[in-house]
Design a protein around this ligand. Sequence first.
Ligand code: PMP
Length: 392
Amino acid sequence: MTTSLLQVPPPQGLLRPLAVPERLLLGPGPSNVPPRILAAGGRQLLGHMHPEVLQVMDEIKVGIQYAFQTQNQLTLAISGTGHCAMEAALLNLLEHGDTVLVAVNGIWGQRAVDIARRLGADVHELLKPPGEYFAPWDIEEGLAQHKPSVLFITHGESSTGVLQPLEGLGELCHRHGCLLLVDAVASLGGAPIFMDQQEIDVLYSGSQKVLNAPPGSAPISFSERAREKMLRRKTKPPSFYLDMGWLANYWGCDGEPRRYHHTAPINSFFSLREGLAVLSELGLESSWERHRANCTLLCQGLRDLGLELFVKEEKVRLPTITTVRVPEGYNWKEITAFLMDNHAIEIAGGLGPSAGKVLRIGLMGCNSTSGNVERVLRALRDALSHLRRSRL
Ligand code: PMP
């Protein structure tokens, strides 16, 4: 008998085939990846500096410029998820001791506060209860009081279902010598945003929501004002991986020959390219209208089921993710589990400040269809009647 030197045997789980069930992902993201985008991500690898990959990166760049409605040269995709883009934005903009004002009306503001504090910034919070949004005068008061160099605000607050109006905020920030940083991870492609016209200085998003690509790449863009602030830094950004100087070069944004910085997640870029291509073919306006119409349909259906929408004012309801109060007498976990087990549909409970209070239903990109609205409403009706029955 031969004795093995191995003390750890091959894991049984890996000796079985990979198991990936079919599910309809109607939570706050990720959303389902349609065959065309899946196929793009499954293409054979090329080298990360091959001209064909650099070409794909150039196509991603113009795709992001279209989706963001910007002419900014410094536009690229971060090799990481939405959080990575949030960190990249904050750590490149802020230096130790810089003052930042964060609009907090859900978990994303809380996360930005956490990140900015880790960077040693002087962080001030502008607070609103979950489900509410900021009016220009709320922002103006904060800017006048704290005199920040950066304001962070979330366009699509996916933990609460609020769509933050952005009109006038860029101009307001600039009048106060402040840069405007906007999180559009959950809203891009689903609700209008105009980076240049709205004078947004840094805007980022994610790949796995309306763009229907797998998670792992995150569009981001910097205005000339933001670029100038980064050029004036006295200290290097505290991350090599997310250093915008390096990334700008790798993405061909600085006019210099491209140098190796990191091995890009090439297949994620193929998928992101295809997600942006689908959005470009459909057109932003049609995409916004599709999300608006299906969200309206869903909200009506939820009301017809006797449920109460969490965001009162229709005009600030996020068209990509709808929040509805957990109905009296029900446990949200039982509802989400029922939908998963009996209908193979994912919806989610609340997150952060909305935890335990709401259910979240996402209709993003190819998942935003009237058929999916009907499916999720049927499944919810089923859940509500069964779970009540089991309680009696
Ligand atoms: N911001 C918002 C508004 C989000 O919805 C999310 C993802 N749920 C993130 C940031 C973080 O993105 P990721 O999970 O891709 O890191």
